[in-house]
Ligand binder design. Structure first.
Ligand code: PLP
Length: 364
């Protein structure tokens, strides 16, 4: 097989070392005679895998003891409902920041459970930027404030964490961090709750991680299903029901890989270098165009258009023949999107940039 660089937005590229290790351990995990796929989630083998995943995650991020780490299924999309069901805590409203497609989905779902105050929106700017915090209007009675640190589809990323300390009552910050999770250091103490679907930058589809401050748990909306109650999962170490065992195992291998790479600060530097390489090229040509404001460009998902969209098919076809795959933009925005998560090496971005320069000069 020739070498492929996979720019999928998710499920996305995984470190090749992780896939090789999973292959080697597929039939017999550590001499147990079993595949991880075949293990009881309550057996000592899988319990040790689960404990190590949590310990490594806590170590890499630096998660304090008063935060619970939950390993759930249902995708980030289930969190759009679980967040209001668990965090309204008797209040009637929640504040949301609307920066794109994923924010909109979270807002739509929250409206089923509470009054949604839109604290800020970049919809007027076609979701090409982050609204500065001094323009936000946060409902002081809101149960929490929800935002999307990286909009995977629009390619818009916050390079700052909202500061809610000026509000009279505590309004916990909640973030759908699916597509920037583990790509940079994270000060979890600034948040009440974060959640991430694993398939963007952390592991396979089927696993969703929730990190939540303990004191926010325990008051759910009437009618909340047992499986949607964070406290049930927290009290049962994510083993109330069968957790997504194989995705947790793969995520564990990804965490070991991250530790070998030097952790989140080292990974951030690599991610900055990769993004710079691609954006610098986009900015030095008028053949390609990135619609996102320079200060708010995502390090993970880079959307761009070609000067003439009639060339899109030729671009994708020739890219594919060079081993550069899954570059087609999201159906809602068109154009191209290169997702350059942790597991995309700098070399992959360099090959893409060379190809793009060549394509531009051949079609100038
Ligand atoms: C992919 C994505 C989702 C949806 O994740 P699912 O696991 O498919 O539910 C939600 N939010 C963001 C920011 C995403 O990138």
């Amino acid at each position: 097989m020739e070498h492929i660089f996979n720019f999928s937005a998710g499920p996305a590229v995984l470190p090749v070392e992780v896939l090789q290790q999973a292959r080697d351990e597929m039939l017999d995990w550590h001499g147990s005679g079993m595949s991880v796929l075949e293990m009881s989630h309550r057996g000592k083998e899988f319990m040790s895998i689960a404990a190590k995943v949590e310990a490594d995650l806590r170590e890499l991020i630096g998660i304090p003891g008063n935060y619970k780490v939950l390993f759930l299924s249902g995708g980030a999309s289930s969190q759009f409902a679980m967040v209001p069901m668990n965090l309204l805590r008797g209040k009637k409203s929640a504040s949301y920041v609307n920066t794109g497609e994923w924010s909109k989905k979270a807002i739509k779902e929250a409206k089923r459970y509470c009054i949604v105050n839109i604290a800020a929106s970049s919809e007027d700017a076609n979701f090409t930027c982050v609204p500065p915090q001094d323009t936000w209007n946060i409902d002081p009675d809101a149960a929490y404030l929800h935002y999307t640190p990286n909009e995977t589809i629009g390619g818009v990323e916050f390079n700052w964490i909202p500061d809610l300390t000026h509000l009279n009552a505590e309004v916990p910050l909640v973030a759908d961090i699916s597509s920037t999770f583990m790509s940079r250091p994270l000060d979890i103490t600034r948040f009440g709750l974060i959640y991430a679907g694993a398939q963007k930058n952390f592991g396979p589809a089927g696993l969703t991680v929730v990190i939540v401050r303990e004191d926010l748990l325990g008051t759910t909306l009437a009618g909340t299903p047992t499986m949607f109650d964070y406290k049930i999962h927290a009290d049962n170490d994510s083993m109330y029901n069968t957790p997504p065992t194989y995705p947790m195992y793969i995520a564990g291998l990804v965490l070991e890989w991250l530790k070998k790479k030097g952790g989140l600060a080292a990974m951030e530097q690599i991610n900055i270098a990769k993004a710079k390489l691609l954006y610098d090229m986009l900015d030095t040509t008028d053949f390609y165009h990135c619609p996102v404001a320079r200060s708010d460009r995502s390090r993970m998902n880079v959307p761009f258009t070609l000067k003439d969209s009639a060339l899109d098919d030729a671009f994708l076809k020739q890219a594919k023949s060079r081993g550069l795959i899954q570059l087609k933009g999201h159906r809602s925005v068109g154009g191209m999107r290169a997702s350059i998560y942790n597991a995309m090496p700098l070399e992959g971005v360099a090959v893409l940039v060379e190809f793009m320069k060549e394509f531009a000069s051949n079609h100038a």
